[in-house]
Ligand binder design. Structure first.
Ligand code: GAL
Length: 409
């Protein structure tokens, strides 16, 4: 038999074996911006390469739109095979209702306890000692992204921190540039609030409020300064009328705005636009004042489906998402950091390197997804939407916020 024929036969046999186990899994997520779509394709390609099929269930809009759809499908008996959520408390009720697959055996076989860094990410997937999700990235929210074009046009150096950014705003305005791009959605305004608070009120006050839910500190002087800073930022964004976060990022990419406070997923948009860090844009973690990042991010959960083939495929996908090469490919496209420290990130750009250094130095905080229930988070986001888009005073916003912290669960 010729070698070509032999290899064709071997190839056919392999295809037949794989096909016998090939499983279609519908995977839902809210990664629909240009950069996010590139990143999720890395997962889909890796899964399809195993002979299985990724049925993409992208839900347009932000997490705020997607989460209720995802949760009601699972509760309503129409589960997808896998879904993105933020790791933390978002899936708490689904786990308690027994609707999510226990991945403890996959986690043990893969040694997740030894490789997931920081370990808080795996803790966030764990309830009563069992593991219900696979963390796929570390995203942090405390960044400002700055347009070199905008500063060049105004004849200014690119700011090195939040205070310089605020001081540069009048010159940007004189040059016809909007200082701060802001999507008109509560979750984005809440991200800006959180980042400014951490930079202005400082770490201790931030921790008291966000971790210990201390309403006295939320009513105190450090938070008064933070709310005043946020009110000032509001006026720098008053002409920003875009909705989606990536539209606001696009204003920075095109130089229509000086900066945007947004999570590190913004990097995916700069990458798709071919923008180069350090030449076309800069990023300041902790707004350049406080080099501290939270460790939020995304995890995949697998609803219980009464079909042994699907269960086996779900577990195979869970193991794949955290495997070394998939972690590198996905996170480089997404702008997030991998959840395992044993992978080669030499291709990471300057912003990711800054994030990795902060992670290595231990400058990390739990994300609010870990400490606040979804109810509390949504109430805070509603307050931020009201504050940023209206004329509520800093003092009134602070009091309403302190009340939410007092009632937080
Ligand atoms: C976050 C998510 C990120 C990001 C962002 C904007 O909730 O963790 O992966 O893509 O939403 O869609």
């Amino acid at each position: 038999m010729s070698n070509i024929l032999k290899s064709l036969l071997v190839g056919t046999a392999l295809t037949a074996v794989t096909a016998a186990h090939a499983t279609e899994l519908e995977v839902t997520h809210w990664w629909t911006s240009g950069g996010e779509a590139v990143a999720v394709t890395k997962f889909a390609e890796a899964w399809n390469a195993t002979g299985n099929t990724w049925v993409d269930g992208a839900i347009a809009g932000s997490g705020g739109t997607a989460r209720p759809i995802i949760i009601s499908r699972i509760l309503g008996g129409d589960p997808m095979a896998a879904t993105q959520l933020n790791h933390g408390r978002q899936a708490e009720e689904l786990i308690e209702a027994g609707l999510l697959l226990d991945l403890t055996d996959v986690a043990e076989a893969g040694g997740w306890a030894d490789l997931v860094n920081p370990s808080a990410l795996l803790d966030a997937c764990t309830l009563d000692g069992k593991i219900y999700c696979v963390p796929v990235n570390i995203h942090s929210a405390q960044w400002i992204w700055l347009s070199h074009d905008a500063y060049e046009k105004a004849g200014l150096e690119v700011p090195a921190n939040w205070n310089e950014f605020v001081a540069s705003a009048p010159a940007l305005q004189d040059a016809g540039t909007l200082p701060l791009a802001m999507g008109q959605q509560g979750w984005q305004q809440n991200i800006a609030f959180g980042a400014i608070t951490l930079a202005v009120a400082g770490l201790d006050a931030w921790k008291e409020v966000n971790i210990n839910k201390n309403a006295d500190v939320a009513r105190g002087a450090e938070y008064t300064a933070a709310f005043e800073a946020v009110a000032a930022a509001r006026s720098l964004a008053s002409e920003s009328n875009v909705q989606d976060w990536n539209q606001a990022t696009n204003m920075v990419i095109t130089g229509a705005a000086g900066g945007q406070i947004m999570g590190d997923w913004a990097q995916g948009e700069f990458a798709v636009a071919g923008a180069v860090e350090g030449e076309d844009y800069s990023c300041l973690p902790g707004l350049g004042l406080n080099p501290i990042l939270d460790t939020g991010g995304d995890a995949f959960y697998f609803p219980v489906i009464d079909d042994a083939d699907i269960t086996a495929a779900q577990k195979e996908l869970a193991a794949l998402l955290i495997s070394p090469q998939v972690q590198v490919d996905f996170n480089l496209a997404k702008g997030s950091l991998p959840v395992r420290g044993d992978v080669d990130l030499s291709a990471a750009n300057g912003c990711m390197q800054k994030g990795l250094q902060i992670l290595a130095d231990g400058g990390v905080l739990p994300s609010s997804d870990l400490s606040f229930s979804q109810d509390t988070t949504l109430q805070i986001e509603d307050l931020m939407a009201q504050f940023w888009s209206g004329d509520m005073s800093a003092a009134d916003a602070q009091e309403s916020y302190a009340q939410l912290i007092e009632d937080a669960d």
